[in-house]
Every structure is written in structure tokens, then in C-alpha cells.
Design a protein around this ligand. Structure first.
Ligand code: ADP
Ligand code: MG
Length: 642
């Protein structure tokens, strides 16, 4: 039989390697920035267009490359960083595998300009799909600039696999944070679509963290410091009361390299034991420094996972160091949520001294677990219970006085039920849904006829328990979940507005100034157009502040900040591979936040309006999250119960 094994051509091998090293634009950002750090740059500029899909450029003022090296650097396994296998155990550089530039050049249009300090002129090389298309002498500043354009231009399947700009930009920001946080001694700048996103001067670790995550971060940090033979630990943990629902701000750096470690993360969490609200995660920025001999970085192509020789001791040390810091800074004793009835702490304590427990309103927290309700009738209802719903469509909703014990109870009880039943309820309602589907399609037409003929004086809708709307149809009755129905109505309206750009907005008398982190601002900028289509009018978009001049008519001014925060958190929690559509997510998130809550009284005219609007929807039977919006009960079914 003839021989069949062949060596793959280099450009194919490079493309395959690229699959491991370059998953998305953010991977290019990471590799290029790390190369700039290895080249001992003191300033690194990152320029990105369309979330890196069309351009990622990194400019550094490092040591540059000679003409020969400039050509060689795109070869596979071409590296200046190690010479022999022993060097793997003495690593002081980010790179060493010599495959990043080769991989990138196999799947993009790359332009390199580089000059060493003592050379008069530099070298410019253009390379596409591993083929050098031009090499020239050029005039350029000391250091290196690498432009990576049209990533995956020759692998359409991978290009199509890229997520929306919002998601890709978020990945880029994550990498930018990780790299810049590990190197506060280097100045970093970042631009996206021509806007400056970050300008981080040389500083220390603390200032760098604050410059990235915003001024408010400073007061949240508790320093952590420990030096042993095995490891030096430094950095910060966030005070427990600022723990978040998302795992956003959790960073381990080992020898200046960002790493992921579930094991060490567990160590940190266990140090926080008893100090956190349920389902919240502490933030941490921890810098470990260990002898390079004691770790193996080479187990992962992107080098984000590493192996420690003595993981157990490291775990124990980390845990006790953090516990000690939390105790020393007196954060531990005042924050025991389980034992303390600190839910009663007035909200305006929020900005007082460090030692005062500050309570963030936790919407999923269940105050009924341990305290009987009547012991605390003065509790202020949460925003959602109070939120004034849509001003245009439901101008006559009434907020019930909070002192009214029973009314408050009804609302809270039902939302509590909703919380408790959770998935179970969803399953059940799914069953209901399948059994009524046939019914509802048959019913919808006749429902409209009846509505049109119905005189307004005739009362044919009722509100039940401030949770359901009940109305009659020819064959029996319909029971509608008010919150879910409104969510569906608003969702379809938002979608329409975003795509047709025809929303009406209400001008604010005094513009709202809302603080956000730089990262949040970057995300908001990215969805600015869609948001404006829903009725938002933005004024100045500053580094850490957003000016809002107008808002959608269905929103009240007091809701805006919570609404945008919820939106940002939804974007953050969006699972990267779930077939994300930005418009859809935006519409869903806004609809959910704005929709009238359980527990709110609805006037009769609005009940009717809601019923009609629901059945005018394209998909009235379910919410955007596939939950049943209404059920029908036929006379036959009622008969059977007698
Ligand atoms: P590695 O970083 O693993 O060595 P790369 O493919 O990322 O592999 O880079 C190959 C080589 O190109 C590096 O070893 C370095 O010598 C050179 N190089 C890459 N980027 C730069 C830069 N910004 N400045 C100077 N030299 C660079
Ligand atoms: Mg490299």
C-alpha cells in the first residue's frame, strides 16, 4: 500500500495553531499587549475598531526588532524568550511559545512597523494569511506597532462565530484590565472607535485598580499582605458589604500573569465565610509571587491556568492571610447578615464611616425567613413594589399607601410565592401552556370580537390578588398574569421601537447625571443607538458619567438608574454562547424592569387596555423568557369541578 502521511504545509499548521491561541479579537489583544510588555515598553497603546473585528492595533515604545527579527517573528516557534527546555522553569516573560504572531498572521491582515533605538530607520512588513506581501524600510518611532485587520477574513466559519460587538468588546476590556492591572508601572491607553476608553498613568497597584474600576473602588479595598518562603501575597480584597451578584472583579495574578484558579478562588471565598449575603461574590485583586521553579505555566495554550507544586499550602496561606486582613481592618464583626437584623439599617447610612454596616438592597433576599412580618410593618417596600408603572399607557395606576398592612402583605406574599416556586412554577406553567395552546389559538379571534362589542360600562375584567387579571371569553374565562403580560407587551413595543427608531421620549427638566465605571460607559456607548431608539436621549457621555436628557415615556425618572444598572448586569451575565442578539437582550431587559409588578393595583380601564394590548401581540401566550402569560378555563372544565 502506498504511504499516506504528509507533513502539513506551514500555513495550514499555523491556521490550526491559531485555533488554540486566537479565539476572538480579545485573544489578539492579549498576545500583542504581552509582547509589548516583554519588549519592556513603558507606554502601550491599544487601538480597537468595531470590537476588534476590523482592527486591533498595539503600539509600544519597547526595544523593537531588527530587520531579520521582524521577518522571523512570524515563523512558528520563533521566540527570543527561551532557548532550551530548562528555561521553561525560569520564566520571567509572558510569551515563550513563539506561536502567537505566526497564528495571528495566518488568519488576518497584519502590518508590522518596528525600530530599535539605535537604528536610524525601521522595518515595515505586511503579511496576509501567512504570506509576506511587502517588506520595506520605513521611518517610524522607536518600538513596535502591530496592526491586525479583518480577523478570520479567510475562515468565514470562525468569523461568523464571533459574538455581537458588545460581547466582543467586553472580552477585550477584560483582557485589557487583566494585563494593565498586572503592570501598573506601565502607562496604558485604550481607544475604541476613536473614543478614548482608558488612559492609565504609571502608578501603584491600588491607583491602577481605582483608575480602572472608578473612584468609588478605593474605599472598598482592604489591603492583603503576607510574605513566606513559599509565596508573597499582596493586593486587596473588597469589603464584604460590596460583594456583588456577578463574579466580575476577581483577579489572581501569579508572577504578574493573570490566571484562573477555581481552587484558589475557593480559598478566598472560604476566608469570607459567614460575611457575605447569599449568592454574592467578593471582589479580589491578589498578586502572588512564587519562585518560577515551583509552577508550570505550560499546561494551557493561552497560559491562563497554571500548576503549583504545593497547592495545598498555598490554599491554606491565602485563606488565613485574607481572614487576618478582614479581621484587622475590622470589617468582619459588623457584617454578619445572618445573625444581625441589619436589614433595618436605614438606607442613608450608605456613605457613612467605614465601620458602619452598609446595606445594599438585595432584591432576592427573603426577609420572611427569620423575622415574622408583623414585627416590621414599617419596612420600606423595595423599588419594584413602589415603582410607578408606565405613565403613558397606564396613567392611573395607584400606589397603595405603604402603611396599609394588608395591601403590602398581599403584594409581598405573592412575589414571595413567585420567588419560592421558581423553576417548579415554570414547569407547571409550561404544562398548562401546552394544554391551552390549542384552546388559545381558537379563542383569540373571538376574544377580539367580544371586546369590540363590549360596552365600556360593562365590567368584564377583574384584578385578583393584585397579581392576575381575570376576564371572560365565549368559552369560559382567561386568567392573565399582570406582570408577565405587561412584560410581553413592552417587549414587543421595545423591539419595534429599536428597529424602527420611532419611540417618543419625554424631555427631562433637569438632565440626570449618572455615575458609571469606564467599562460600563464603554458598553453603554456600544448600545447607545439602540437605547436612543427606545426613547433615551443622551447628552454628554463622559469617562465615568452619563448625562441623560430624555427618557422613554414608559419609564419614570426615578427608575432610570436601576434600569440601566439592570441592563448592564444582564449584558454582563449574558452567557457568551447562547445565540445572543443585542437588540433582543435590550428589549427583554427593559421590558422586565419596566413591567408593572405583582402587588400593584390596576384601574379597570387599564386592565382592559392591558388585555387588549396583550392579545394584539404577535406572541401573546408567553413572556420573552418563555413563561406563560395567561391560562384559560373553559366552562366545561368549570362544570367538571361541580
Ligand atoms: P513569544 O512571545 O511566545 O516569543 P510571539 O509570536 O508572540 O512569541 O512573538 C515572537 C517574537 O517576536 C518574540 O519572541 C519577540 O522576540 C518578537 N516580538 C513580538 N512582539 C514584539 C514587540 N512588540 N517588540 C519587540 N519584539 C517583539
Ligand atoms: Mg508573545
Amino acid at each position: 500500500m502506498s504511504n499516506i502521511i504528509q507533513l502539513l504545509p506551514d500555513h495550514v499548521a499555523n491556521q490550526i495553531a491559531a485555533g488554540e491561541v486566537v479565539q476572538r479579537p480579545a485573544s489578539v489583544v492579549k498576545e500583542l499587549m504581552e509582547n509589548a510588555i516583554d519588549a519592556e515598553a513603558s507606554t502601550i497603546k491599544l487601538i480597537v475598531k468595531e470590537a476588534g473585528k476590523t482592527l486591533v492595533q498595539v503600539i509600544d515604545d519597547g526595544k523593537g526588532m531588527s530587520e531579520t527579527d521582524a521577518r522571523l517573528c512570524f515563523e512558528r516557534h520563533a521566540t527570543s524568550k527561551i532557548k532550551s527546555a530548562e528555561d521553561l522553569f525560569q520564566l520571567n516573560t509572558k510569551g515563550f511559545r513563539g506561536e502567537a504572531l505566526a497564528s495571528i498572521a495566518a488568519i488576518a491582515h497584519v502590518e508590522l512597523k518596528t525600530r530599535q533605538e539605535d537604528d536610524e530607520v525601521g522595518t515595515e512588513i505586511k503579511i496576509e494569511g501567512s504570506e509576506v506581501t511587502s517588506q520595506e524600510i520605513c521611518v517610524t518611532a522607536k518600538g513596535t506597532s502591530i496592526c491586525v485587520k479583518n480577523l478570520f477574513y479567510n475562515i468565514p466559519a470562525r468569523r461568523n462565530f464571533l459574538k455581537s460587538n458588545t460581547v466582543e468588546l467586553r472580552h477585550i476590556l477584560d483582557e485589557f484590565h487583566r494585563v494593565s492591572m498586572a503592570h501598573p508601572g506601565i502607562r496604558f491607553e485604550m481607544y475604541h472607535n476613536g473614543n478614548e476608553v482608558f488612559n492609565l498613568p504609571q502608578s501603584n497597584y491600588r491607583q491602577r485598580i481605582v483608575n480602572i474600576f472608578g473612584g468609588k473602588t478605593n474605599e472598598k479595598l482592604v489591603p492583603v499582605e503576607e510574605e513566606t518562603d513559599l509565596v508573597t501575597i499582596s493586593g486587596f480584597v473588597g469589603k464584604p458589604q460590596f460583594a456583588k451578584k456577578s463574579r466580575g472583579e476577581q483577579f489572581f495574578f501569579v508572577n504578574d500573569r493573570f490566571i484562573k484558579s477555581a481552587y484558589l478562588n475557593h480559598a478566598v471565598n472560604s476566608a469570607f465565610e459567614g460575611l457575605l449575603k447569599e449568592k454574592t461574590h467578593p471582589s479580589y485583586f491578589l498578586y502572588l509571587s512564587v519562585n518560577p521553579k515551583c509552577i508550570d505555566i505550560n499546561i494551557h495554550p493561552t497560559k491562563t491556568e497554571i500548576k503549583f507544586d504545593d497547592e495545598h499550602s498555598l490554599y491554606a496561606m491565602l485563606r488565613s492571610t485574607i481572614k487576618h486582613s478582614l479581621g484587622q481592618f475590622n470589617v468582619a464583626p459588623v457584617l454578619d447578615f445572618e445573625r444581625d437584623s441589619s436589614m433595618d439599617t436605614p438606607y442613608d447610612y450608605k456613605n457613612k464611616s467605614v465601620f458602619t454596616p452598609t446595606i445594599e438592597v438585595d432584591r432576592t433576599f427573603n426577609p420572611f425567613k427569620e423575622n415574622s412580618y408583623d414585627a416590621r410593618p414599617q419596612r420600606t417596600p423595595s423599588r419594584s413594589e413602589l415603582s410607578a408603572p408606565s405613565t403613558k399607557e397606564f396613567p392611573k395606576y395607584k400606589k397603595e399607601p405603604t402603611a396599609n398592612w394588608e395591601n403590602l402583605y398581599v403584594g409581598l406574599e405573592s412575589s414571595l410565592d413567585e420567588m419560592k416556586s421558581g423553576d417548579k412554577e415554570e414547569e407547571e406553567s409550561q404544562d398548562d401552556f401546552s394544554s391551552i395552546q390549542f384552546e388559545s389559538t381558537a379563542v383569540t379571534g373571538s376574544l377580539f370580537d367580544e371586546k369590540e362589542n363590549a360596552s365600556l360600562e360593562k365590567k368584564d375584567t377583574y384584578q385578583l390578588q393584585r397579581k392576575y387579571l381575570v376576564t371572560t371569553i365565549k368559552s369560559g374565562m382567561v386568567i392573565i398574569n399582570q406582570h408577565r403580560a405587561h412584560e410581553r407587551i413592552l417587549y414587543e413595543e421595545m423591539l419595534k421601537n429599536i428597529t424602527m427608531a420611532n419611540a417618543v421620549s419625554q424631555q427631562l427638566l433637569f438632565p440626570l447625571l449618572l455615575p458609571f465605571s469606564k467599562q460600563e460607559i464603554a458598553i453603554l456607548r456600544n448600545i447607545q443607538e439602540q437605547l436612543e431608539n427606545t426613547g433615551f436621549v443622551f447628552g454628554d457621555v463622559k469617562e465615568e458619567e452619563l448625562e441623560i436628557m430624555g427618557i422613554p415615556t414608559v419609564v419614570t425618572e426615578s427608575e432610570v438608574s436601576v434600569l440601566l444598572e439592570q441592563l448592564l448586569s444582564d449584558i454582563e451575565h449574558e452567557v457568551p454562547d447562547s445565540g445572543f442578539s443585542q437588540t433582543d437582550l435590550l428589549a427583554k431587559s427593559l421590558a422586565k424592569s419596566i413591567a408593572v409588578k405583582t402587588g400593584v393595583h390596576i384601574e379597570e380601564a387599564q386592565q382592559q387596555y392591558m388585555v387588549n394590548s396583550l392579545f394584539a401581540c404577535t406572541e401573546p401566550t408567553i413572556t420573552p423568557d418563555n413563561k406563560t402569560t395567561f391560562i384559560t378555563l373553559t366552562v366545561d372544565e368549570i362544570d367538571k369541578k361541580f
